[in-house]
Design a protein around this ligand. Sequence first.
Ligand SMILES: [Fe+2]
Length: 397
Amino acid sequence: MEFVLRMTPHVRFGRGAVRDLPEGVRELGGSRVLVVSDRGVQKAGITDRLVEMLESEGLDVFVFSDVVPEPPVYVGDNATQMAKDVGADIIVGVGGGSAMDVAKAVSVLVTNGGKVEDYQGVNKVPSKGLPKIVIPTTAGTGSEVTWTAVFSNPEKKTKGGINSPYLYPDLAILDPELTLSLPPLITASTGLDAFTHAIESFIGKAATPITKMFSLTAMDLIYNNITKAVLSPDDIDARENMLYGSFLAGVALSNAGVGAVHAMAYPLGAVYNIPHGAANSILLPYVMDFNKNVCVDEFRDIAYIMGEKVDMMSRWEVTSAVVNNLHLLKEAIGLDMTLSMLGVEWEKIPELAQAALRVDRPIANNPRLITKDDIIQIYEEAYGVEEDFEDEDFEEV
Ligand SMILES: [Fe+2]
């Protein structure tokens, strides 16, 4: 057996764990803290709470709260400029994946110079960044344990990650209480993103025994808690299980990669600004249907987690049950959307497929070889009939 496992070296998990932040900053030698966050987190009062906590320990604190979902490259550049202007020596990212990603990028941009665009790709960052701490407020992206920071390039209408070992946070603080304020739609879409990480890392070509262990437990926790967390937002046990599950899924994705769902979700975010979790949730059952015949054993494990009596079921019944349950899960958590509802234009599908194919690492990691024609067909299946879908909650991320 051979494997390599990399992740954030220091993780603190628990209800109320955010109280450890000042200690974490001191341990990493920080005294001038830039908190990177977004308006939603600020509105929920979380940013102020952190600032107060840090200032009461005698630390100098500055706040950048202009992070937006699917952050464009200039957001990373602006936050970096602020870090330089205030002389920050440590970065704290608090929020969803976008805020954590921006914080991770700022840390290496301050020390290496240049702009976000200079480093999009793999291993382009020459040296380590400022110390960084991340605190997720969604149970979703897994950014707290990954080496990636994803940015959109509005002019080119593309999305691309900075991928570098220097992007691993030095400390991740996971406090389920911070996720209690998440509105149901964000809980659903970020949770489905985490579930997609768990599934795609589980069936992907790069999966190893240890990543599969992380993926399996993550799938179990997320599948069996996401509906509770969406329908009963104050259920702290469900919130805790979701945060733990998305963390485990993040470890799995960071080491075993993702697949065609993510490759196909990227252009939807870049061209139509469709939130990452929503894009994944639309595509997941269709991509799984496409993959089902090449990973039947893995589907059996997934079906078992979903409560199916797999011992009594044929191979066909198992794979169909998984795909069907994914559709049902989306419905149960209010995410039964289609591409047409979110404004995707039918005639743009071949262009989107071409762009998805260029997201080469997830495409190569997909368990079944996938061609442009396959991708077109999957987008078409996920297109649905034209209806309007509006929910302002998406703007809260
Ligand atoms: Fe994702």
